[in-house]
Design a protein around this ligand. Structure first.
Ligand code: HEC
Length: 135
């Protein structure tokens, strides 16, 4: 009885910790999604297609959201901050695009892009073409 209870509890704890933090493969999946949304946002901004900007900015929010635990677990405080900046930028971009505010959209997009760049400079290492890892 007791043993079953303990292993059940361990299973629950394991399940909870898996929910909290991503592994590296999941981070890569999220980053690839962020890259796709970034390209789409750039194109849409150039063409002034604000509805598309809003759609992809929302996609960017989901791509960056939920990665905080990954950086926290590795005690990478600067990355936690870059991620938050990126999220703030993406959320501001959704708002600006929905309000068709071009100037605000540009400001938000540059905040968002700055966060990608800062984190990549600090923590992304190129292994080979199209293959990256964390440093
Ligand atoms: C908190 C840090 C951080 C932020 C913020 C961040 N990235 Fe990344 N990104 C990484 C790291 C580390 C890697 C390398 C590891 C990997 O690919 O999972 C990476 C990899 C990538 C890749 C390559 C994925 C692959 O392996 O093919 C793309 C594309 C990418 N990021 C896009 C973005 C975009 C666009 C943003 C901003 C909207 C962004 N990232 C924000 C840390 C970050």
């Amino acid at each position: 009885m007791k043993k079953t209870f303990v292993s059940g509890l361990a299973g629950m704890l394991l399940g909870a910790s898996m929910l909290m933090a991503l592994d590296e493969k999941e981070l890569t999946t999220k980053m690839k999604a962020a890259g796709d949304h970034m390209n789409a946002i750039r194109k849409a901004m150039q063409g002034g297609a604000m509805a598309d900007v809003a759609t992809h900015a929302k996609g960017m929010v989901s791509a960056l959201d939920g990665t905080e635990g990954f950086w926290k677990e590795r005690k990478m405080d600067d990355a936690v901050k870059f991620n938050l900046d990126g999220l703030e930028g993406a959320r501001a971009l959704v708002k600006a695009a929905e309000g068709s505010d071009n100037a605000a959209a540009r400001t938000a997009a540059s905040k968002m892009g700055g966060a990608c760049k800062s984190c990549h400079e600090a923590h992304r290492e190129k292994v080979s073409d199209g293959v990256y890892r964390i440093k």
